[in-house]
Design a protein around this ligand. Structure first.
Ligand code: SF4
Length: 226
């Protein structure tokens, strides 16, 4: 497997936000979202066997939460699925961050998928593989990263059309972060003001969670490995 980093930190997103977590970041992505904060994962990394990844995860923490992220982890599905099965067998709670552009049918059911449906403002709108909706279960969450009102309206319509809040454990609307955000931690680093988003969600009576990437409020927005 091609691995960028394996580290311990605090889970910053999803309904698991705030919990200590071991992150396994896989290299490579086939999308190029305009606000991507993980461009350093597109190339490079180190070659490791699935057994070596598992050993490092166990060294960092013998139990608890593990998130598989990237890049797009499902580009390495052949090695990733057995790794996920082994980690589940060892009792870890497993999260998988994915764009939903790759097929998700092979992901073990016990994995909590966090599926990021790309909105128009990402520049990668329309890449979500619609048949992946059938793979969503009560352990899964669907996330929309929003750069403005147009993205909000896209996400609201998509959510209603596909009844996501009935199919999945949760739906997350999250303001996109500015790529050039530096220094002092501040909500102005978001492309969409979280307060505007909160007001829209309440006004429309949506059953969705407003998600803030809390790691970007704890550490400097440009920090890696956190
Ligand atoms: S899918 Fe994720 S890693 Fe890939 S470009 Fe988009 S935000 Fe970045």
């Amino acid at each position: 497997m091609q691995i960028i980093e394996i580290y311990r930190s605090i889970q910053g997103e999803s309904s698991f936000a705030g919990l200590p977590c071991t992150f396994v970041r896989l290299a490579g992505c086939n999308l190029r979202c305009s606000w991507c904060d993980s461009e350093y994962s597109f190339t490079g990394g180190v070659r490791m066997t699935a057994e070596e990844v598992e050993a490092e995860v166990r060294r960092l923490a013998p139990a608890g939460l593990v998130e598989i992220t990237g890049g797009e982890p499902m580009l390495q599905e052949r090695d990733l699925v057995p790794l996920m099965e082994n980690l589940l067998a060892r009792g870890y709670t497993l999260l998988l961050e994915t764009s939903g552009e790759r097929p998700l049918a092979g992901v073990p059911r016990a994995v909590h998928k966090i599926v990021d449906v790309k909105c128009p403002g990402s520049g990668e709108g329309g890449t979500f593989r619609i048949e992946n909706l059938k793979t969503l279960g009560p352990a899964d969450e669907v996330k929309f990263v929003l750069a403005g009102r147009q993205d909000y309206e896209f996400a609201r319509a998509f959510n209603r059309r596909h009844r996501l809040d009935e199919r999945a454990a949760g739906v997350i609307f999250s303001p996109a972060f500015r790529k050039d955000a530096l220094g002092a931690r501040d909500p102005s680093h978001c492309l969409l003001d979280p307060r505007d988003l909160a007001e829209w969600i309440v006004a429309d009576g949506l059953n969705v969670r407003l998600g803030l990437q809390i790691h970007k409020f704890i550490w400097a927005p440009e920090a890696k490995g956190v």
